[in-house]
Each structure stands twice: as C-alpha cells, then as structure tokens.
Design a protein around this ligand. Sequence first.
Ligand code: SAH
Length: 411
Amino acid sequence: MSRQNRDQKSNPTAHESEAVVLKPGREKPVRQGHPWIFSGAIAQLPHDAPNGAFVDVTDSDGRWLARGMLNRRSQIQVRLVSWVQDEAIDDDFWRGRLLRAINGRRALEAESNALRLVFAESDGMPGLTVDRYADWLVLQVGTLAMDNRKHDLAAMLMALTGARGVIERSDLALRRQEGLSEAQGLLAGIAPAGPIEIHEGGQRFWVDIVGGQKTGFYMDQRANRRRTAAYCTGKRVLNAFSYTGAFAVYALEAGAEFVTNLDSSYEALEMAETNLRLNDMDVEGQSEQIAGDVFEILRDWREPGAPRFDVIILDPPKFAHNQAQMEKALRGYKDINMQALHLLPPGGTLVTFSCSGLVSADLFQKVVFGAAVDAGRDVQILEWLRQDRDHPVAITFPEGEYLKGLICRVL
Ligand code: SAH
C-alpha cells in the first residue's frame, strides 16, 4: 500500500481508495493489537471493496497499520486479523490460525473431548467459534467474511482434526448485526444420528448438537464445575438454571446428599435426568428435577415448609445483551442472588455466575455485595471464577472475558 497524501480525500487514486483511513489520533488501539474498529474512528471507507472483503487500514497519514474484514453494515466496521504487512490472507493463513488454536487446546484433551477449539477474536479469527464434541464439530459464524469462507474452513477443520462432520449452528443475534440471516446445517462430512456422548472430568454427558432447541454444552464452566463440586460433599445442592444438569452430575460424583435441578426448560431437565442415569447416579433417591422460573421459585421457597439447601448454584443465561438492557440485567442478578442468600443457612455456600460480557467482574461483585446488604447476610468470597482455558482472553482484547463467578460463604 502506497503512502497516502493528506489531500487524498479530495483526490484519491484508485489504489489508495481501497484502504480504510482512520481519523487523526485513532490509531493507537489498532497499533496495540485491538481487533475492532468502530465507525467513529474511521475518516474514510474504501469506495469499491465489497462488504466481507479484506482491506488495509492506515492511519490518517496513510501509514499502514493492519488488515481486516470490512462490513459497512456492522457497527464494528473492520475486524482486524493481521498486523504483518506482507502477510496474505489466504488458505494458508487460515490453516495456520486454526492449527495454532487447535494445538493450544491439546493439554485439555486428556480432561475432555468437548472443547472450544476456536474462540473468535481471542484466537485471531473474528466471528468464528468452533466447538468439538467427540467426533463432531459445531461451527458458529458471526461475520460476513467468515460466512463467505465457512465451507472452506469446515473442510480445513475436518482435515486438521479428523472430525466426522461439521455442523453449523450460527447464533442469530450475532449475525443480525452483520446483516446475515439464520444459518444451520451440515457444512462438511456427515451429521451424527442423534445426541453425542462426550466425557468431561470422568463424567459422561449427552449433547444434542443437531436436534435440540437449545444446543450444545457449557464447556466454559468445566473447571468451575470441579471447583464447585468440592463444596458439595454431604450437602443438599440447588442447581438453579441447571440446563442439562452438568453441575449436578459433578456434585453427586463428589458425594452430595441430594441435588435439585431447576430450569424453565422441560427438555433440558429430561436430558439432565438422562445424564444422571448415564453416570449411574440414583436419580430417584438423590435428585429431583423441577421445571419453573428461578425468580419465582426462589421467592416461593422463603415460605415455611420449603426445601432447604446448603449450596445454591446460580448460572443464569446472559441477561445483558447490550447497554440498553444493563439496568434490568443488574436488577435481575441482584434479585436472584438476594433470594438465594435468604435461603442459605449460616455456613451455606453460594456459587454465582454471570456470563454477560458487559457486566465486568468488579461490577458483578458489587451486585452480589448489594444483594448481601439487602438480604442482611454476612458474606465472604472464597473464590473468583472465570471461563475455562479453552475460552482464552487475548490480552489485546479484554472484551473476550465474559464469564465470571464467585464462590461465597454465608456467615
Ligand atoms: N449451568 C448450566 C448452563 C445454564 S444455561 C450448565 O452448566 O450446563 C442457562 C439455563 O437457564 C438454560 O437451560 C435455560 O433454560 C435456563 N433459564 C433461563 N431463564 C430461566 C428462568 N427464568 N428460570 C429458570 N431457568 C431459566
């Protein structure tokens, strides 16, 4: 890319007009490796490059900074992938990125065959996540440029991992921001005949990657399930927002006396029961599955005669998808934590999570503090939890951190 003149805006050459030019003083985060460029930082967009193309980014003086994927329809108009000027963004480039991500997870393979192999921006592949479930891969594509080459990426992934098939289950909310519609289906190889059995930390689980409404498995909680289980021996455990009961299986394995799975989804609870059986657990004697709304049920259980718990796990879905939802989300987090603290006896354990990326760990701790104040309970934090190692956070991209949790003791 040739050096651009200050007056190139009024008289751009064809070549120069293909670069994204930043406003003066907006180059620092790009230089430091942050992968996102918002419209507000851009002085000039390329004239001809189509959305989804790879474009060069220069500072306001025309100095080359980085290269990334363009999408004028997105608030994030460029997502950067390379800071090396002579690096071509071709098949070898993507193969290299995939291999680096896959190799980075090798150490986890002994623990589980359900792993996130690619975690988007954190692995230098904006908008692409790849999850491995035993012999199958589930791919999610949230950017136009990745969508354009998803079949190639699927074929590369098959070759690199030996997987039997690659299924697409792209998250709709993410795609809408890029002007993409819903996409699901087989991208390469063959689809599994039904749910897939995976193992994690000595336990086994069924995962329905094709059929289920809600699909997949929350592998970001792998290490946290183990840590939580350590507090469950001999205890009565409430697994609120249980989904398919993964925390419950770990708790019973660690010798919990009784586990209650609570979730609004019947299908998830059915799968939870199946997972308990799969692990030879005493479903009738040591567990119950309750379908209902956590907000309502925790409140109801403050009445006399309600069940008692020594450990309460709160792992709700993402409450804050954008800034506009923040206030309501924080109220939601505070409410369930306050209700849970009301229910716990002295010496009880609260394990509480938020997977909203917009809610920082500090803010989440403040919310739990507010809940403790309102519940009138004395609380100590014993452990700070995060997403597991297959969801790394690039140091240039703190936005990659989304899951945070606290293990608390009620005094
Ligand atoms: N802890 C789980 C993951 C939880 S995902 C695991 O380790 O696998 C969040 C779950 O919350 C989903 O299963 C969803 O069905 C459930 N859910 C969402 N809103 C709910 C509500 N208000 N009450 C009960 N369950 C809810």
